[in-house]
Every structure is written in structure tokens, then in C-alpha cells.
Design a binder for this molecule. Structure first.
Ligand SMILES: *Cc1c(COP(=O)(O)O)cnc(C)c1O
Length: 371
């Protein structure tokens, strides 16, 4: 008798390994998952707490109040917003709805891992287009579009590189894609960006039939634990997502906390200023230590150990891993990048004002000791 067998592709998935959250130290500094060190808005916490007495009630399946809050904040049509249990769920739903066996899902080489994982889970083939200087290259992406391509995913800014594709390049990508290919702009870090050349892709969705923008409450809004994301879609795509999603895919506490969080614009702005200020400060200090730190417009830094390793005659990926373990022993958790094809790099999120000087000191001590 044949055993139950998953669909082709499923067993090719290397399970997603999240950032570490535990270390054997008195004080743990968690910089491995790009979370906000300031946590959520106090108003979001209050909205969440207020629901403790109503946990026996099903959520509003339409997430009406939450979608209204998102629409008000961004001046959008709430009918074109679909919420999900994290943007990860929306990524998976889009791929499942639009691609299957024989189809291709295109992404850039160092793009977010969930695109390839969800593609394989749907039986589709993930296709990675090479990047130029650790940045997605619109021309290279377009060269990799085939008759089988169903979706193109672009994280903008990208995790883990911190780089971004300009609004002009994004518009060109959209313009040159065949009509039947759905472009998904994953703007998980959009709220951190103030560069004028950047666009979250929202304006491309307004009058397109084949562009979706996804956003998350896991990063600047500090609500990772609740699992909440949203997509802004052309009406036919919103209709598709509403057919395939679970009827109660977003919990009541997530809906309430999300609506409160997005309305608290002062808190969000403070979180942005904090992340941007400490990101640039940390990048400067780490460069002073001789490390290569890639330019980032998000709330994390990609740190390359190649230069330091070369000057010392060691292997970059070895030095990066030794550094990671050395930091972990001191309670500082950062992310290894092997799964992203960048084993010579570590990714570090921006923590609190107390965390970052301590982290820079620790990296300096490591490099001094490893010399
Ligand atoms: C963190 C992140 C997400 C968010 O995922 P959630 O499921 O909403 O927590 C999505 N895309 C990218 C590129 C990310 O880095």
C-alpha cells in the first residue's frame, strides 16, 4: 500500500528557520528577526487587553473596522484591502491562487525566503533572477520572465539586503511585464523609508489589474506576535483572495490592535526616527571597525565579514559564524544568512538605545580578540 504522499515539491522545501530568540545570558538582545525594539503603540496594547472577555466570540470575518482604519490612514478603498495572518499568509494565498504545477514564481536572488517556500508548497517552480550589487535588477527580472511565469515577487526594500528598487524602476517593471503576470510588491519595511526615489508600489495598484502591494504589522507596528498583514489589490485579485482565505483568518485581538496601531501615527513616527537614527549610527561605528555594512533603508543592517576575513587570511563565512556564536554567548542574537546565499554576512536588526552601543562594543571586542 502506498503511504500518504505530499505533492511534488513539498519535500524539497527547506523549512523556514526563524531568528533565534533564546540565549544563555542574563540580558538577551534580540536582533535576529527585524522586530521593533519599542514594541507596539500603548493604544494597540490597550485594544488587545480589552478583548480578554470576548475570546469565545468569532472574529469579524470581514475585518471591517481594521480595513477602514488602514484605508483611512492611506487614503485607499477598503474594498480593495484584504487582511491576512501576517503577510506570509497573503504571499502563500496569492501563490496558491495563481500558480501551481508547471508554473514559475519569479523573485530576485537574495529576496525574502517565503516566496520560494510558498512556490514549492504550491507545486510551482521558484525562479531566482540574479541581483546587481545585492539589489534586485529590473532588467534581469524581466529577462527571466517566461511563458510559465505567473507571479513576480519583489520585496521593496528587500530583506535581508536593505536595498531598494526606485519608483521609476518599479514602474518600468510593471510596464514591461506581460498582463497575465501578477507583480507582488512586498513593502514590509515601507514605513521606515523617507527616500524620495522610493515608492511602496501603492500608486501602481490604483489603476493596474496585475499589481498587488503587501504590508505587515510585524515590523514598525511591533505586532509580530499577533500575525497581521494586509494586501492592497485590484478588485479581481481582492475577490480571489476573499474566496481562498479562511473565513476567520485574522483574530479579533489582531484586528483590534492593528486598527489602534495604524491610527497612532505619532508612535509610528517615533519608531521610524528611532530605527533610522540608530541604524545610521550603528552602520557608521561598524564601518569604523573595518566591516563592510551595506546601505540599508530599513530597520536592519547586512554586515559583510569578507574584507576583515581577507585581511586576516581567514574564510569570510567562518568568521561570520564565529562572530555570531561569540555574540550569542554574550546574549546578542543576530541572524545567519546562509539560507539567503550570503553565508559571509550577518543581519542585525536595530534594537534599543541601550542595545546598540553595547552591540557595537561587543563586535569591537570580538574583532580585537579574533585579530
Ligand atoms: C518580515 C517580513 C514580512 C512580514 O511577514 P509577516 O508574516 O507579516 O510577519 C514580509 N516580507 C518581508 C520581506 C519581511 O521581511
Amino acid at each position: 500500500m502506498a503511504l500518504p504522499t505530499p505533492r511534488p515539491g513539498v519535500l524539497e522545501i527547506a523549512p523556514y528557520i526563524g531568528g533565534e530568540s533564546r540565549a544563555d545570558a542574563e540580558r538577551v538582545i534580540r536582533l535576529a528577526s527585524n522586530e521593533s525594539p519599542l514594541g507596539p503603540s500603548p493604544q494597540a496594547v490597550a485594544a488587545y487587553s480589552d478583548l480578554a472577555g470576548a475570546l469565545h466570540r468569532y472574529p469579524d470575518g470581514g475585518a471591517v473596522a481594521l480595513r477602514a482604519a488602514i484605508a483611512a490612514r492611506h487614503d485607499l478603498d477598503p474594498a480593495r484591502i484584504v487582511c491576512g495572518a501576517g503577510s506570509d499568509e497573503l504571499i502563500a494565498l496569492l501563490i496558491n491562487a495563481y500558480a501551481g504545477p508547471g508554473d514559475e514564481v519569479l523573485h530576485s536572488a537574495h529576496g525574502f525566503l517565503m516566496y520560494a517556500i510558498s512556490a514549492k508548497a504550491a507545486g510551482a517552480r521558484p525562479v531566482a533572477a540574479p541581483e546587481t550589487d545585492l539589489c534586485a535588477d529590473v532588467d534581469v527580472l524581466l529577462e527571466h520572465v517566461s511563458a510559465r511565469t505567473r507571479l513576480v515577487f519583489l520585496a521593496n526594500p528587500n530583506n535581508p539586503t536593505g536595498s531598494f528598487v526606485s519608483a521609476a524602476a518599479l514602474a518600468r517593471l510593471r510596464g514591461d511585464l506581460p498582463e497575465h503576470v501578477l507583480l507582488v510588491v512586498d513593502a514590509a519595511y515601507a514605513e521606515y523609508v523617507s527616500d524620495n526615489a522610493y515608492s511602496s508600489g501603492m500608486e501602481l495598484v490604483h489603476d493596474a489589474t496585475n499589481v498587488v502591494m503587501t504590508r505587515t504589522f510585524s515590523k514598525i507596528y511591533g505586532l509580530s506576535a499577533l500575525r497581521l498583514g494586509w494586501a492592497y489589490c485590484p478588485p479581481p485579485v481582492a475577490d480571489v483572495l476573499n474566496r481562498v482565505r479562511g473565513p476567520f483568518n485574522v483574530s479579533t485581538p489582531a484586528q483590534a490592535a492593528g486598527a489602534a496601531a495604524i491610527a497612532d501615527t505619532a508612535f509610528t513616527e517615533a519608531a521610524r526616527v528611532h530605527a533610522v537614527g540608530w541604524r545610521d549610527w550603528t552602520a557608521g561605528r561598524l564601518r569604523d571597525l573595518g566591516l563592510t555594512v551595506h546601505p540599508s533603508i530599513a530597520n536592519f543592517l547586512l554586515i559583510d565579514f569578507s574584507g576583515v576575513a581577507d585581511s586576516r587570511g581567514g574564510r569570510p563565512e567562518k568568521l561570520a559564524e564565529v562572530a555570531r556564536l561569540w555574540l550569542k554567548q554574550r546574549g546578542i542574537l543576530v541572524r545567519q544568512m546562509g539560507a539567503y546565499g550570503l553565508p559571509h554576512c550577518l543581519r542585525m536588526s536595530i534594537g534599543t538605545a541601550e542595545d546598540m552601543p553595547a552591540v557595537v562594543d561587543a563586535v569591537g571586542a570580538f574583532l580585537g580578540e579574533a585579530a
